[in-house]
Write a protein that binds this ligand. Structure first.
Ligand SMILES: Cc1cc2nc3c(=O)[nH]c(=O)nc-3n(C[C@H](O)[C@H](O)[C@H](O)COP(=O)(O)OP(=O)(O)OC[C@H]3O[C@@H](n4cnc5c(N)ncnc54)[C@H](O)[C@@H]3O)c2cc1C
Length: 287
């Protein structure tokens, strides 16, 4: 590995200045994705900006009907936060199943959103909930919307001199419900398939339906066909099954060591049925 400069700034302004001046600069937050990359000598790095020394960056607050997560808030802290459990339970549930305890104790939601790993859980949830992603640079602040932030394999709309200073999750409560399911080959491993479902009910009928899949595509992917099957209908078991089958049949996985195309399509059907059912239960006021 070639030599690089290590800098540990204390303010957001310093980080912005460094990002605008330094070539081949990488931020490090939890290091759970970056360190394996550096170990493989796969990153052309000349400056490492450690944001763990930032003052007032490790926070989880609730304001304006949004759960706000700061850039050094760890997955474990998000999972355990009463604020998150009270206002966006699915975020707590997702964070509590990321990797293993070591990964959760270091990894961050903001880092995960910025990294846009196709198998990452926070990107799928961020697209589904259409979170607000606050990016900061010397040019000021930009708010990206989670539903169109992810641009495929490890790609986002983030500019090179920007970094994520906050991710804001909306409060979720009945008559809106969210379900999230994933399958991982062993405990603590990256998921092979993920599905998030968001359902809003108006009376007996579904007035909003969003399905986002992950891990089997290069990035979070909206299943429009399944959403259209659900919209305006009563959420019966038959309807949910029809939507889940459509998600599986329309998915386009690759065959690899984790399973065949058929296996992954069947997996998507099962996970989708569970996620939509949970979302409907929550929308109806269930846990
Ligand atoms: C064994 C293992 C299992 C895992 N399993 C899962 C899993 O099941 N689900 C899952 O979702 N993830 C999983 N992960 C990944 C984990 O969630 C990481 O925490 C996450 O991918 C990145 O967060 P981080 O804070 O560690 O980022 P880092 O590794 O520090 O950084 C990752 C990238 O994001 C950039 N970055 C970091 N913070 C910011 C910021 N605020 N703004 C802009 N860019 C930034 C860095 O420059 C780098 O390019 C796993 C990791 C490991 C090692």
């Amino acid at each position: 590995m070639r030599d690089f400069t290590y800098i540990c700034p204390e303010t957001i302004d310093e980080v912005c200045q460094l990002l605008s001046e330094q070539e081949n600069a990488f931020l490090i937050a939890g290091g759970q994705s970056l360190l394996p990359l550096l170990r493989l000598r796969a990153a052309d790095l000349s400056c490492l900006i450690d944001i763990n020394g930032l003052k007032n960056a490790n926070y989880i607050t609730f304001e304006n009907q949004q759960v706000k997560v700061g850039p050094t808030a760890r997955h474990a802290e998000v999972a355990e936060s009463e604020t998150v459990k009270n206002h966006c339970l699915v975020l707590s549930q997702v964070a509590s199943h990321i990797g293993d305890v070591q990964v959760r104790n270091r990894g961050t939601i903001c880092g995960s959103v910025a990294n846009a790993d196709p198998a990452g859980d926070p990107p799928v949830l961020s697209a589904l909930l259409d979170v607000e992603i606050q990016a900061t640079s010397v040019r000021g602040e930009t708010i990206y919307s989670g539903s169109d932030f992810f641009q495929g394999f490890y790609a986002t709309n983030l500019e090179e001199d920007e970094f994520i200073t906050e991710v804001r999750f909306p409060k979720i409560s009945s008559p809106t419900g969210v379900g999230y399911e994933k399958w991982e080959p062993s405990e603590g491993a990256y998921p092979v398939a993920t599905v998030g479902a968001l359902i809003t009910l108006e009376g007996d009928l579904i007035s909003q339906a969003k399905i986002v899949t992950g891990a089997i595509e290069p990035g979070p992917t909206f299943s429009e066909d399944a959403a259209n099957i659900l919209l305006g209908q009563k959420p019966t078991t038959e309807l949910i099954t029809e939507a889940a089958i459509s998600i599986g049949e329309n998915s386009d996985p690759i065959e690899d060591a984790e399973g065949s195309i058929l296996f992954k399509q069947e997996l998507m059907k099962t996970l989708s049925k569970r996620a939509i059912t949970t979302a409907v239960d929550c929308a109806q006021g269930g846990a």
